[in-house]
Design a protein. Sequence first.
Length: 584
Amino acid sequence: MLAAPSDDDVETRLPATPDEPVSQPAEAAAAEPVEAEPVEAADPEAEQPDPADDLPTRDRLLRRLVGVDALALDATPRARLTGWLWALAVTVFAGVLRMWDLGRPHKLVFDETYYVKDGWSLIKRGYEAAWPTDPNAAFEAGDASGLGTAAEYVVHPQVGKWLIGLGIQLGGGVGSSAAWRLGAAVFGTLAVLLLVRVARRLFSSTAWGVVAGVLLAVDGEAIVMSRVSLLDPFLMFFVLAAFGALLLDRDQARRRLADRAAVVLDAGDDLGAGPRLGWRWWRLAAAVLLGLAIGTKWSGMYFLAVFGLMTVAWDITARRTVGVRGWFWAGIRRDGVVAGVAMVGIAAVTYVATWTSWLVHPLAYGRQWAADNPGQGVTWLPAPLRSLWKYHQDMWAFHTGLDTPHSYASHPLGWLVQWRPTSMFYPPEVSGLSGQQAQDACGASQCSQAITAIGNPVLWVAATAAILVALVWLVRFRDWRAFAVLSGIIAGWLPWFAYPHRTIFTFYSVAFVPWMVLTLVYVFTLVVGPKDELDPRSRRWAIGVVSAIVALAVAVGAFFYPIWTAMVVPYWFWHAHMWLTTWI
């Protein structure tokens, strides 16, 4: 049975003092005699006084604003150490899955043909320069001498490509295919560490943080996109880090609100619009991270919009909880306007800063547009920014008009159940092996080698069902955690429905896979329930069910791992993974 959230899980107003008298008037009591009645045992179901009512004002507000479990989460050095040790253990597990034989295959896979070479170009030239016709064979052999100086037209910002190039530089140069993917693998692994810590704080439990980390560690989308050098794993990392920063900001801001509101209430004064909360450093960090996300792929803008509304909603309901009259408009004035200006402004400044190398290199594509077209464009901007604005107009036209047929293009409606996964690598030379060559390669008469970007089926199907439960809990109980776990899905999935005419792929869903995990874990917490609200036997059964689902996800992850990582396997083994015809 799903457990309703406790009072600490739902943002509620402080209880008002009842207006009705709690006893009969004296005249009525004396009007007729009262017979003595036997004393009965207290009804265990009757409402008991809240022990928190006897606490100091600050402590009472903290319990309501932050929650008892959250306050206890890091209350001792042992709890803090345990939280980090478990997070690091899960991260090592995820790192092994992502780093093991990272150089396989030693070929530029799918869109690596663009981003790997662009990343190296940024390292060597400071801008994306052109390569000769058919440069991949030479590049794969470690020969990057074909890199020219003429600018190449590209349609994505530079942050992710810089990180790919830095990985190549640190990993041994262009001759190492592991170096091509090092940046993606590191950031994909760190995303697991982030998710453990995020889930731990969100659910006030180290155990639930570990469950979330394990599920992300064994997800196919996350593994493939950490072993293929595309931009999406960097986008996932930055938006997840921003989400974590906003969770920290929520906790810090509510503690500050409890401190300042308690001073006012203890003095007997009216809260008015509530105290100002001062500079919010974690919110600043979130805005910078979101600027980096947008500097990786423009779809980061949707996360900025959704997360911005979410953090303002948290502030508004916090003012309601401490008893501010007119809490909605007070929250808008005190927090909403400042948050909007600060987050959008800082993210925008960060985004423009990510184009620094383009701005300072006169040979970069389109950099001289303003000089070549005086009086055109946004004339009040300085020439470099006027050129950058024109370049962005061209990129926008490209993205909105992109309609190149592709056999693995997919509609976003099917992403949640991985209806049409993306096949990124299936070389004909391996499937064409025969006789002794095939026996030597895979021990069978026919072989396969694949990189199929498909999510762990157990995780994605279960998480899709969990979305429906989270929506019900959001509407019925107004549980803030329900919206938090859905926020990344709203930002990372729903906007793509506006572009069904574009050539888009299921692997884009890796940007919101952490929130698929969080949504499933959220429903797990409802199934298991709080420790003191289920009898021990029911709780053990609930924990057993959750453990079985997690164990099944790990087992299915082990089964699919060879086709996520380009292992050479018998054809029949590869075919056994194609559960739907749409997966081929």
